[in-house]
Design a protein around this ligand. Structure first.
Ligand SMILES: O=C(O)CCC(=O)C(=O)O
Ligand SMILES: [Fe+2]
Length: 294
């Protein structure tokens, strides 16, 4: 039976529950899986699939360094810069051709295989963010343990644009299994105000040892991870600016290159809680899954 995607009317009950199971994001994912079902997309047995995260090399160091310089050059125009909290900002990249070329570099066949294996469909790039985090005495928000709220399945990529040795920061993660056990012990999707930096109380209650995974990232290296399935936190830089490019990937009915034409990469200034449904009719257009406006 054909999956129909029902777009919720703003502020309707369906709108309020759009992120819940069976909500519009789930319907879209089902429709994309169905659309791609005769492609025979192979399941993936990478660390990304099993643990929920994997370290990867995305760019060579010289290219990552050039990109870091470009971010700083862009930031000389004040309108391009938005503060995120007290110790991080994000810098806009105004040139879509540049972004498309960058995606060509980052989204290798290997990476495509992982993401398609996970979604069992094509994917598209929903948003990007070039962030600069600065040393600060007190971590909050995404620098405390959390899982990102959002639609049923999504993938984030982080590419470090300068080496850990230069800034002293990083990212820590726990695998899917440990994360699920800690959720049972009461730490699942803590609100920003309830987030902690020390999970030992929950680990004890869950009877697990939770040694977080961490790796010194060189420039051009980074992570692909399932932000809603694995607990993670940023580690604040201690001695310099930490430059990271973030990409957010979501299920699609079309390969990402066509997706980019239909949904020009969104510059997401403030990520949390900002899930839009606007991409759904644009990606489906008149040659994709059936979308019904309600
Ligand atoms: O900044 C970091 O290292 C963590 C980022 C994060 O929480 C996320 O991408 O969901
Ligand atoms: Fe996060």
């Amino acid at each position: 039976m054909e999956t129909v995607v029902r777009m919720p009317a703003p502020d309707s009950p369906e709108w309020v529950h759009s992120l819940d199971p069976g909500g519009v994001f789930d319907q879209w994912h089902d429709a994309c899986r169905e659309w791609c079902s005769d492609m025979g997309i192979a399941a993936d047995d990478s660390d990304f699939a099993r643990r929920g995260f994997e370290k990867m090399t995305f760019m060579d160091p010289a290219a990552a360094d050039d990109l870091r310089r470009r971010v700083d050059a862009g930031a000389e125009t004040p309108d391009n810069v938005t503060d995120i909290g007290d110790y991080q900002d994000t810098v806009k990249e105004g040139n879509p051709d540049f972004l498309f070329g960058l995606l060509e570099t980052l989204l290798t066949l290997d990476l495509e295989r992982r993401v398609m294996g996970y979604f069992q469909s094509h994917f598209f790039v929903h948003w990007y963010q070039f962030t600069r985090a600065y040393p600060h005495p007190k971590a909050d928000s995404s620098f405390l343990w959390h899982r990102d709220g959002g639609p049923g399945a999504f993938v984030n990529i982080m590419v470090y644009l300068n080496p850990a040795g230069e800034h002293g920061g990083g990212t820590q993660l726990l695998d899917r299994e440990t994360t699920a056990k800690l959720a049972q012990a009461g730490y699942d999707y803590p609100d920003v105000v309830d987030r902690v930096g020390d999970l030992s109380e929950y680990a004890e209650a869950a009877g697990v040892s939770c040694e977080p995974w961490e790796s010194a990232m060189n420039l051009g290296e980074g992570l692909i991870f399932q932000p809603d399935r694995v607990l993670h936190r940023g580690l604040l830089p201690t001695r310099g600016t930490r430059y990271v490019l973030f990409l957010n990937l979501l299920p699609s009915c079309r390969p990402w290159r066509e997706g980019f034409r239909r949904w020009p990469l969104n510059f997401m200034e403030i990520v949390a809680g900002n899930w839009t449904v606007d991409y759904i009719p644009l990606l489906a257009a008149d040659d994709g899954p059936r979308i019904v406006q309600s």
